[in-house]
Design a protein around this ligand. Structure first.
Ligand code: NAD
Length: 372
């Protein structure tokens, strides 16, 4: 017995590049444990396509139970061409959807931060994105992806029809809006709520509910409203006008991928999926990079592990109360980048590139330098 505080982590590397980038992230977890004098009790599980192959299901009930008992879940990525033709119920992505549902994780937080050393990696002009720091809060347990009725049917004239339902009720809107307002209070006190209130009833209800909640509980925060199509345009035109964006499931999905490209690479962006906080701490919660399993580069050892490592930083901050270590991990990533560390996704033509392992080592070297 070390006498150290003990924290339980469930690690789910998944498919494709998931296991490759997770390996580097776990070195950072080990560093944090040593630095903060915490014993991490790490359990590992198989999810996604790998679990379909092994167990015939994308996630076992036992894995969901292990997630419930964990202080945090660190997730890699799932999916790939091998499993694309399976029935929806067997798709690797069901692993994440079930984890979110069963742990009541309804808010997905996606910070979009431009790191100065990567300012030239973006396709957007430097002056538009320099010092950009916004967060998209996406509702992720409701809306179009879960609404009923849904299905595929044959119409009387023989055509096939696919249908889904966009639906949001007061409590679903309020709980995700509270996350956004609370977050804004710790930042620049600005929330932009995004929907299509001009053409959808669910968008109209979304706007009305958020407006009332704002008046009742959060009038110290500035609230604006924007239609989703305008928001897509504004994110490219003048992204620094935003601080916290709160939106529903499908708009959040699309807008956060769009926003990720302001930073240059999908390989840089982490995310957290959280539920209701417990004394300011979110536990359990799920931490994962926003990228997928990148089948085109899987197995080549060239994936960028930064998004997975930055997901560790979010986990240290939001679930494990290790703010100092979270900041150090972020600082180490920036330092490694400013010294020229680049995986292939970040490098310009002719620039030397690091492998996944070398990039992980570069971050670790900076972490050790920060404490020496
Ligand atoms: P993707 O994010 O996997 O890849 C998009 C592009 O970005 C690819 O060219 C890829 O090589 C590159 N890329 C992504 N991450 C990178 C990294 N860390 N370093 C360097 N380059 C990186 O998206 P996709 O190709 O649309 O999807 C592939 C599979 O991943 C699909 O099965 C999809 O369903 C799944 N997916 C899973 C998640 C998840 O697990 N949360 C999220 C998105 C997509």
């Amino acid at each position: 017995m070390s006498g150290n505080k003990s924290l339980r982590l469930l690690v789910l590397p998944g498919d494709g590049i998931g296991p490759e980038v997770m390996q580097q992230a776990l070195h950072v977890v080990a560093w944090a444990g040593e630095h903060a004098a915490v014993d991490f009790e790490i359990r590992e599980g198989v999810v996604g396509g790998a679990a379909v192959d092994l167990y015939g299901t994308p996630i076992l009930d036992a894995t969901i139970d292990a997630a419930r008992q964990a202080d945090a879940v660190l997730f890699g990525s799932v999916g790939g061409p091998k499993w694309e033709k399976l029935d929806f119920s067997l798709r690797p992505e069901i692993a994440i959807l079930r984890l979110r549902k069963e742990l009541s994780l309804f808010a997905n937080l996606r910070p979009v931060t431009v790191f100065e050393p990567l300012i030239d990696s973006s396709t957007i002009k430097p002056e538009i994105i320099r010092n950009l720091d916004l967060v998209i809060v996406r509702e992720c347990m409701g809306g179009l992806y879960f609404g009923e009725p849904r299905g595929i049917e044959t119409m009387p004239d023989g055509q096939t029809r696919g249908f889904n339902t966009e639906t949001y009720a007061t409590s679903e809107i309020e709980r995700v809006a509270r996350v956004a307002f609370d977050l804004a209070r710790r930042r620049s006190r600005k929330v932009c709520s995004v929907e299509k209130a001009n053409v959808t009833e669910s968008g109209l209800v979304w706007r009305q509910v958020i407006t009332k909640l704002h008046e009742r509980e959060f009038s110290d925060v500035e609230l604006t409203h924007m239609y989703a199509d305008n928001c897509a345009m504004q994110l490219v035109r003048r992204p620094k006008q935003f601080d916290v964006i709160v939106t529903g499931n499908i708009f959040g999905d699309i807008l956060s991928d769009l926003a990720s490209m302001l930073t240059g690479s999908l390989g840089m962006l982490p995310s957290a999926t959280i539920g209701t906080s417990n004394d300011g701490r979110f536990s359990p919660a799920l931490y994962e990079p926003i990228h997928g399993s990148a089948p085109d580069i899987a197995g080549k050892g060239i994936a960028n592990p930064m998004a997975q490592i930055l997901s560790v930083a979010m986990m240290l901050r939001l679930s494990l109360n290790l703010e100092k270590e979270a900041e150090m991990v972020e600082q180490a990533c920036i330092s490694a980048l400013s010294k020229g560390a680049r995986t292939a996704d970040l490098a310009h033509d002719g620039e030397a590139t690091l492998t996944t392992t070398q990039m992980g080592d570069a971050v670790l070297a900076e972490l050790h330098r920060l404490i020496s």
